[in-house]
Design a protein around this ligand. Structure first.
Ligand SMILES: NC(=O)C1=CN([C@@H]2O[C@H](COP(=O)(O)OP(=O)(O)OC[C@H]3O[C@@H](n4cnc5c(N)ncnc54)[C@H](O)[C@@H]3O)[C@@H](O)[C@H]2O)C=CC1
Ligand SMILES: O=C([O-])C1=[NH+]CCC1
Length: 318
């Protein structure tokens, strides 16, 4: 094997695709996964470290249309927050279809941005195009990437952040004060953050529901990003089981095995993201839509491939 090409976090940042290129690639990928069914991707394996909430997650996928396959290994360690360490650390290995290892790279920024782009794609397909108020429940890495991504697709007048520890929400709002032309503020309660919100994102490491039916106005769209194991929740049964709710998942096979909100409530997911991106959903304006964003390996492999291609184009130029 020739010398291993490794991109550290700083190199990943430098080689990262522009937002719209990334968005288009992930849109094509989700359609390819759900409609063309040409991507091979088993439901990932999650190993829980005994006596902790920490998970070691193995995520392989093969994307023949792009000539690559790969695997992300990601450690989700919520208790790292108290130690001021990243809570999601990982690495992606990218292979050619003949089996050669092309490169490996740090997965933190890829995980943050590809997840938010998928929520942004779902919001674009399902939310009111004239959405003005965004509520973000949680103030960690995903909160930041979701504010960055969604604010590029919607003309928000206000973005409200609620967090269990209020000072973290205040810090995020300070850090993002110049991201866009909207009022970015901290809310004292989940209810006040979501009041009249057109789009809600739950991006917490909570294991108990934080969002209930009363919080969400008719016609709103919700992206549920945390709670990707059978024992964790972000959404109450009253909302999950509401007659007025349409549930869209990135992967219907995975949601039934991984989403505590679906498994524990007994709710039935209705559609897959790739389908609603390809065949727009018509819905009653009062219906609430909920996108369960679990995260898929093909999103990581395609993003890693864009980064690798940027590296190759720079090296052939120099
Ligand atoms: N769907 C996907 O593809 C991905 C999902 N995630 C999940 O999204 C969630 C957020 O991830 P990050 O922002 O990277 O994590 P983070 O560690 O940066 O932030 C976690 C946030 O959750 C809040 N939180 C923790 N316990 C809580 C509780 N009991 N009640 C309310 N809030 C609580 C914290 O205050 C913090 O704001 C996690 O559950 C993570 O596993 C992360 C990466 C990808
Ligand atoms: O898709 C992903 O990378 C993850 N989903 C939940 C934790 C990490």
């Amino acid at each position: 094997m020739s010398k291993l090409l490794h991109f550290c976090a700083e190199e990943v940042t430098r080689l990262f695709p522009p937002f719209l290129v990334h968005l288009e690639a992930l849109k094509e990928t989700m359609i390819e996964y759900s409609v063309k069914e040409s991507i091979v991707q088993p439901v990932r394996q999650q190993l829980t470290v005994p006596n902790t909430a920490d998970r070691f997650i193995s995520m392989p996928a093969c994307v023949p249309s792009r000539g690559v396959m790969g695997i992300k290994v990601i450690c989700a360690v919520p208790s790292n927050k108290e130690k001021c360490l990243p809570t999601h650390l990982g690495c992606i290995q990218l292979y050619g279809l003949t089996g050669e290892l092309l490169c490996q790279m740090d997965a933190e920024e890829i995980t943050a941005k590809r997840t938010a782009i998928c929520s942004a794609l779902a919001s674009k397909a399902l939310a009111n195009p004239d959405s003005k108020i965004l509520a973000v429940i949680g103030a960690g890495v995903q909160a930041e990437s979701h504010i960055q991504a969604l604010s590029q697709l919607f003309n928000f007048s206000e973005i409200r952040v609620w967090n269990r520890t209020k000072s973290r929400a205040e810090k995020l709002v300070r850090e993002l004060h110049d991201v866009g032309n909207f009022n970015l503020c901290v809310s004292d309660t989940v209810g006040s953050a979501c009041s009249d919100a057109d789009i809600v994102c739950t991006v917490t490491s909570s294991s108990e529901p934080v969002l209930f039916k009363d919080h969400v106005k008719p016609g709103a769209h919700v992206n549920v990003v945390g709670a990707s194991s059978p024992t964790t929740r972000e959404v109450g049964d009253d909302l999950m089981l509401s007659d007025n709710l349409v549930i869209v998942a990135d992967c219907l096979n995975a949601i039934k095995l991984e989403s505590g909100d679906v498994i524990q409530s007994g709710a039935a997911p209705h559609h897959e993201l790739g389908h609603v991106l390809h065949f727009p959903l018509s819905r009653d304006p009062d219906q609430i839509t909920l996108f369960k964003n679990l995260g898929l390996a093909c999103q990581d492999v395609v993003t890693a491939h864009l980064i690798y291609k940027q590296y190759l184009s720079e090296s052939t130029r120099s």
